[in-house]
Design a protein around this ligand. Sequence first.
Ligand code: OFO
Length: 173
Amino acid sequence: MLSQRVEKALNDQIRVEAESSQVYLSMASWAEVKGLEGISQFMYKHSDEERMHMLKLVKYVNERGGHAHISDLKAPKTDFGSFQNMFQELYEHEIFVSNSINELVHVTLEEKDYATHNFLQWYVAEQIEEEALARTILDKINLIGNDKGGLYLFDRDVQQITVESAAAANPEE
Ligand code: OFO
């Protein structure tokens, strides 16, 4: 059985994951209307992943005798200025999510809920990978600068930038 405090903290995280999914969906749509097909596909996929993160939490809360709450969500913005800025926002958003997961893990330790603590390790590992991926993308964007050919290749290849290729490109991390 979940303590009320852990259940509330998990429900807060359900909202964070759902809002993340909405943020990336809005980025996908913005990129699509700008003709950035590859970037848009990347963001649609990322949005789906966040929904999967949310569902995993919903199932866990209900399995443990709690009640996962599906709440209304903050509307994401609809204009991201430039794709460079958009990826910077993605990176900052992932750091925000990591902090939120860390707070949640902290609550499980205070409540001596080791099962939930164990369950959350998947999220802790996932956040390390997502932050590394976002940093790799930002590095590539910096390399491109204002080169149109570079942007063309980036848009074509961004879907191939995976956590594994990011790790291979940054062996020191
Ligand atoms: Fe990208 O964050 Fe979920 O966990």
